[in-house]
Design a protein around this ligand. Sequence first.
Ligand code: MG
Length: 269
Amino acid sequence: MLWDVDYTLLDAGGSGRAVYRSVFRYLFGRDPDGVAPMGGRTERAIIADTLSMAGISDPPRHVDAFIAELTRRAPELRATVAARGHALPGATAALAAVAALGPAVVQSVLTGNVPAMARAKLAAFGLDAHLDLDVGAYGDHHEVRAELVHLARDRACAAYGREFGGQATVLVGDTPLDVEAALATGARAVGVATGGPRQGRAGQGRAGTCRWPASTARSSAASAVTTVCGLVPWRRRTATSRTRSPVTSRQIRKPGKSSCSSASSRWRL
Ligand SMILES: [Mg+2]
């Protein structure tokens, strides 16, 4: 189970945009014209668009430096996130409920944040206790969110010695891009309605998705994931199902069997 971070597990209180502006000033000596839309996108995509908006020439050339500076500042961000933000209702209970299913279910993150930022945000609210963050996928990897699904599968396969192809992978997120990433890679999607107006549309009317109602998230997030979405009976029922890809894109590597042997050295954090 791969959790999105922002507006799925927590609200960082605007810390992300603030640190973007600060890093931009540090690198370019002036304020940015704005910060590109963030919801559901990866840091690589957000940074490239933010630099482009500011008229920086050849934005891709600066993305790695921007990520490095974000990473360097992550430890100090933890206190800021803790002061400005909060864990979303039901998030802690949902993580604990899935952990209670036992070792058959591996929990990690699939997030647009760079690794250090994700760790800082989660640690700010103690949301990392049940997550194996070493097998997660982060926004420094690729501009296309669906590519992160393949990375997470490879890492989990290498670490746990079993495949997580097709609907054995479950993505939980709050934006249409979270759902799109799941559908594009044959994974199962759980749409969380805890985001704001721009974030809270995950899974609307999309086949193969399971929406996590806001009212349920507030009252019983744990049962939302395991019962409303039918995760446990579904997981048993489809244990031997074949990988399917309901959405195709030339940008996105098609889903297929993970290769544990090829993953272990390539993707180690
Ligand atoms: Mg999100």
